[in-house]
Design a protein around this ligand. Structure first.
Ligand code: GLU
Length: 501
């Protein structure tokens, strides 16, 4: 049974590259009936925060990912925060010290710095010089008794080739001569990443370690630690990193990088998940946009590509348009509320208000992102005939005899018309057409300007019924006041009249 894990360090927001790592682990677990573990790697006390852990958990859940064992839900192999597992690392470190596979290191930061500079100047690799490697146990105990606080280093075996078969990259080989003895427990007693990760993956019975390629050079150290601790190593799979358009790792200078940022830009979680799955992997069969269960069904590590994937926001927007089109309008209405608030359209709709918004959302069907919805729907909440005619171009268009005849006829027709649905709007448009002999653009452009106050916008067949639906809402619906089509036409005709030469 496959056991995989996602092991974020809670030192900031969830980066989309890490979200993709989480997703690939999720796809693997869900596609194989395996188990996904969430483990929080918070041993870097200075950089780890509870807020970041909470944000990562929230963002993973927002993406729709779930796990079977983790700090928030427990499990048989806990605790799932490294900060709660310090006793385990201590005891395995003691075991390694006892077997002389590890040793105390008293080198100060300053000393290590000097050694590094010297090595670099001499053209040697800047790895640990091995100063404390040869200290006897007695010498070490004396220094500890005298009050020094040493770190613990792992003794990397000399003259060895470490070879492993990466499930994505194939055979990978490292020679131990290039690897300095890594610190496994810092002088303050906290475990270093390479050590904690091995103890945890072994004790949590992880079968497949699927993570970013940035960790590939850590893997030989980890394999040697497995060996020294008498654990069987898991299968490793290193995913190529997510790059920006310039082929350097996706970072702030490329723009948005975190799941939280993409959420606030108005991408749907299912769109982001589907898009992330396509970076470096393809579901095959010419399909790209598929439900996540189907992605899981088709996923396999063997099909994950080696080459770096470029994050393409255009393609994400394309996926988002697809999911916006098929999403439940009521859900979209709910999700769009924060964007209305950001756009200064404050509302607290009740069920009826939300139902109205859901209907009106059809006008926003062609947006790339939810954040663009308020602008698409602005014609509902923000109608002002005088402001429209303050636009010199619109004014001169509307003043022209033919457009003006449409404005007048429309106002007259609407004065006695009921509220418009799609059918009634068509009837009215036909009567205006018959009265003015205008058709096509000459008919519908002035109608659009009169009823929406704008030269461009969504289809009138959608906008006009939405306007009257909104105009009928009681104040209790919690939607800002919407001026109806009849009142718009009357106000526009009056405003135009005032501006005639
Ligand atoms: N905490 C590490 C990271 O966030 C995890 C690496 C691993 O999966 O082994 O990069």
């Amino acid at each position: 049974m496959m056991r995989v894990r996602f092991a974020p360090s809670p030192t900031g927001q969830l980066h989309v590259g890490n979200a993709r790592t989480a997703l690939f682990n999720w796809l693997l677990a869900r596609g194989s009936g395996g188990t996904l573990i969430l483990r929080i790697e918070d041993t870097d006390v200075e950089r780890s925060t509870k807020e970041s852990e909470a944000a990562i958990v929230r963002d993973l859940r927002w993406l729709g990912l779930d796990w079977d064992e983790g700090p928030d839900i427990g499990g048989a192999h806990g605790p799932y925060r490294q900060s709660e597992r310090l006793h385990l690392y201590q005891s395995y470190a003691a075991e390694l010290l006892g077997a002389d596979a590890a040793y105390y290191c008293f080198c100060s930061m300053a000393q290590l710095d000097v050694d590094r500079q010297e090595a670099l100047a001499a053209g040697r690799p800047a790895r640990y010089a091995g100063t404390c490697r040869r200290l006897s146990r007695e010498q070490a105990s004396e220094r500890i008794t005298a009050g020094e606080r040493p770190a613990i280093r792992f003794r990397i075996p000399e003259q060895r080739d470490v070879v492993f078969t990466d499930a994505v990259r194939g055979d990978v080989r490292f020679h131990t001569d290039v690897i300095g003895d890594p610190i496994i427990v810092r002088a303050d007693g906290t475990p270093a990443y390479n050590f904690a990760v091995v103890v945890d993956d072994a004790l949590m019975a992880v079968t497949h370690v699927v993570r970013g390629e940035d960790h590939i050079s850590n893997t030989p150290r980890q394999i040697l630690l497995y060996e020294a601790l008498g654990f069987a190593p898991p299968t490793f799979a290193h995913l190529s990193l997510v790059m920006g358009p310039d082929h350097s790792p996706l970072s702030k200078r490329h723009g948005a990088t975190s799941v939280a940022e993409f959420r606030s830009k108005g991408y749907l979680p299912e769109a982001l998940v589907n898009y992330l799955a396509l970076i470096g992997w393809s579901p095959g069969g010419g399909d790209e946009l598929l439900p996540v269960e189907e992605l899981a069904h088709r996923f396999s590590l063997e099909k994950v590509g080696h080459s770096a994937g470029v994050f393409d926001e255009e393609k994400l927007a394309w996926a988002n348009r697809h999911y916006l089109k098929i999403a439940d309008p009521a859900r979209l209405a709910e999700l769009s509320l924060p964007y209305f608030n950001d756009a200064g359209v404050r509302m607290a709709p009740d069920d009826r208000g939300l139902g109205f918004l859901a209907t009106a959302m059809a006008m926003g069907a062609s947006v790339d992102r939810l954040s663009q919805v308020p602008a698409r729907l602005a014609l509902l909440f923000d109608y002002d005939a005088d402001a429209a005619l303050a636009d010199a171009r619109l004014l001169s268009e509307m003043r022209g005899g033919e457009a003006r005849s449409v404005v007048v006829a429309l106002a007259e027709e609407l004065a006695s018309a009921p509220r418009l649905d799609r059918e009634k709007f068509r009837d009215v448009a036909n009567r205006v057409k018959a009265r003015t002999s205008q058709k096509g653009k000459a008919l519908f452009h002035p109608i659009r300007v009169v009823l929406t106050g704008r030269a461009e916008g969504p289809e009138l067949d959608l906008a006009v019924p939405a306007i009257d639906l909104g105009a009928e809402l009681p104040a209790s619906a919690g939607i800002p006041k919407i001026i109806g089509n009849r009142e718009r036409a009357a106000a526009f005709a009056r405003a135009l009249e005032e501006r005639l030469p």
